[in-house]
Design a protein around this ligand. Sequence first.
Ligand code: ADP
Ligand code: ASP
Ligand code: MG
Length: 454
Amino acid sequence: MAQLIVSKFGGTSMGDAECMIRSAEVALRQGSSMVLVSATSGTTNELISLGKTAETKSWEEAEQILSKIQSRHETIAAHLELSAARMTALKALFDEMASLTKGVHLLKDCSVKALDAIMSLGERMSSVLFTEAMIKVLQKNGSAKSAKWFDVRDVLRTDDAFGKAKPITSEVEKLCKVHLGFLQDFKTVVCTQGYIGRTEEGMTTTLGRGGSDYSAAIVAEAVNADVLEIWTDVAGIATTDPRICPKAKPIDEISFKEASELATFGAKVLHPATLLPAIRKNIPVFVGSSFDMEARGTWVRKEVEQYPLIRAMAMRKKQVLVTFSTPEMLHTHGFLFQIFKLFNDYKVSIDAITTSEISVSVTLDDSTLLNKKLLADLSLFADVQVEESLTLISLIGNNINHTPGLAKQIFETISDINVRMICLGASKHNFCFLVNEDQSTEAIQRLHKKFVEM
Ligand code: ADP
Ligand code: ASP
Ligand code: MG
């Protein structure tokens, strides 16, 4: 029986017409039934700058960005020899982009809601182009399948947290049954968008930067896919970011638990939430390079053959360490509850924590500092100290909290680098600590050499 495969292709895999054709060939070879695509490389950043420019600068400046984005898509359209119908669809999106930009400019207000509507155009434009590439590749290979453009917002129901909307999985599942039941016939390749969704009221949302991986996983869960594929510009998950350590090695197989830690603690190759839906339905995830179909890639599964002590490492930059101290914490209860309740009220997520008798330190993304009201509320309970420009380094593997001598080896390797905070013990898969941002690359390079290159 055929397998139901959901594939996602990232921005570089949509870089130009050639990349789109190559990605469509991958989708054909893999037998994908549903393909979610990102915006063409660089477009989401440009759409953000379009919104901000329209809000704060002259119309001429906004127009320049508009025409740059438009001409990139027109070039791809020309290379793909877009059909008249798809050209009309693409032009309608250009018009929508211009109207939204004009609206923002007139109001001098680029709200998160408006920005989501603008950003959604990236994926909506690239998916129209990719549909053409898919049709051409199916025809060229004499495939009996057809390709169909689909608006993912018809199924990807989210809440209204614009800019970082949360999918409502029960609704997505129901909507997929209504709109995508035909996937089981295996006659169609559905070409659609990652990253975007829609609220119950019909407003367009986005799932947060890099969110196309997550979209694909949510859809894979909802349609009961057999496999989820993430196609990107590197041949799978490596032992660390190959841009930091050129000797990073590809990983053949990694467990859900390790890969989740890796994604959460900074490996950009997967959006942090991607594996949650896959874990819920036990869907194996493949990560591969659309530029090199022959490369082995990485399988992420519930169970794997080998469980090494240190499999990989990651870093998460732009961290702040916030320390709360108050003598009232001594031998009393409820202090931590009050602090964490505030973080919950403000929907701020904490990465790592340590406590002493009268103080507690947590690491947060530095964007949290923009929330002055949260900081003011926190200082009602305790003295608040903030240290900036830090990086959280994580070593990911197995049995980490039960291995004698590991901490010694780690800290000997970076003995001249100040370690500001350590988190060990909570997870057998993760050992993480904070260092100054300007020493983080050096720390990862040395640790990689010690534990992986050896
Ligand atoms: P896409 O646009 O396809 O989603 P991303 O840029 O989001 O691609 O993710 C791929 C990038 O993730 C790679 O180019 C690589 O630099 C980076 N990366 C970070 N950590 C890792 C890792 N451990 N293994 C592989 N790639 C990694
Ligand atoms: N295009 C979006 C971004 O650049 C989503 C994605 O590529 O995953 O963040
Ligand atoms: Mg990505």
